[in-house]
Design a protein around this ligand. Structure first.
Ligand SMILES: [Zn+2]
Length: 313
């Protein structure tokens, strides 16, 4: 019998006292990637235990929370709940200060990966979308002689970026008005899964990037997440309205006119980064039907493996 007084993960999450059921939500009717309106519900609960339904577009396999919180609910979530919730999940403090050591290591890896492609944007303007505390922007700024701007919705994180003498804009990428500004280098690091409108945001970024510019984005690969955990529920969370795969991300990039010139599986085997240059858009791009079928088969295989139903008949 254990006498440990360390609270369990469910107890720690319960201790946040966040009433997800009571938050304002909206249903998505059409797919943000392909525009279809036929959905397949995959899960009914997320990794925290909240009653959040994850749904895949039956036509293209884009995976989203549906229903999901409104923009106002997410704004409140990021101001007051997100970091405490992630801290409770991991059982250690994660806030705008502690996150910086992790972001520094991430930035060094990202700078090494980007180095072969940065000659043509050296000295240029750099927008970091969802740039958090500015640690990544500051390191890339010094490594590649860039003029950095951080756009982020969290005031506590923007305050850290201000202290690094980086230009900052507090707000959501979806609501930001570029007002004619253009950039040679645009990065969206560990951010795209948090967006509320991936299509509109990527179109906006495609418009503000110079023709010879570089765009870099990384995803938490949803397939990697559920294959690793052996559970689809463990791979979804209310802080990720989108659960992207290599196939759905590549379709988004093709649609808005970004061509990947380099891809990188991160050392954690979970993230996938895409270094892109602008190209002509392919507005009808989507994952191949055989890929979509294989995705749904794999989901069912993971959900019904003996690991989760060892005593099942
Ligand atoms: Zn779709």
């Amino acid at each position: 019998m254990t006498t440990s007084t360390t609270p369990s993960r469910p107890d720690r999450i319960h201790g946040i006292r966040y009433d997800y059921d009571a938050r304002a939500k909206e249903y998505l009717t059409t797919c943000n990637l392909c525009g279809a309106a036929i959905w397949t519900v995959l899960t009914h609960v997320d990794r925290y235990g909240y009653r959040a339904s994850t749904t895949a577009c039956s036509a293209c396999s884009l995976v989203v929370l549906n229903p999901r919180m409104t923009s106002a609910s997410y704004d409140e979530f990021y101001r007051h709940v997100y970091r405490p919730l992630v801290s409770a999940y991991h059982g250690r403090l994660i806030d705008a200060t502690t996150v910086q050591a992790e972001q520094h290591l991430y930035a060094m890896d990202m700078a090494d990966m980007l180095a072969p492609f940065m000659a043509r944007v050296r000295g240029g303007r750099f927008l970091d979308v969802g740039g958090s505390t500015g640690i990544v922007a500051a390191l890339l700024r010094s490594r590649f002689d860039l003029k950095a701007t951080v756009l982020d919705p969290a005031p506590a994180e923007i305050a850290e970026a201000d202290a690094l003498d980086i230009e900052t804009i507090t707000g959501l990428a979806e609501e930001w008005e570029p007002a004619g500004r253009r950039f040679e280098f645009v990065g969206m690091f560990q951010t795209i899964d948090h967006l509320l409108d991936v299509s509109a945001t990527l179109h906006k970024l495609r418009e503000i990037i110079e023709p010879e510019g570089i765009f870099v984005v990384d995803i938490v690969d949803f397939r990697a997440a559920y294959l690793r955990q052996g559970s689809v529920e463990a791979a979804v969370k209310i802080d990720h309205p989108y659960s992207l795969t290599e196939d759905t991300m590549e379709a988004y990039l093709a649609r808005v006119g970004f061509e990947p010139v380099h891809r990188s599986y991160s050392a954690d085997h979970l993230h996938v980064a895409f270094v892109c240059r602008p190209c002509d858009p392919r507005p009808d791009a989507r994952p191949a039907p055989s890929t979509v079928r294989e995705f749904f088969r794999e989901i069912r295989q993971v959900q019904n493996s003996m690991r989760h139903h060892p005593g099942a008949p």
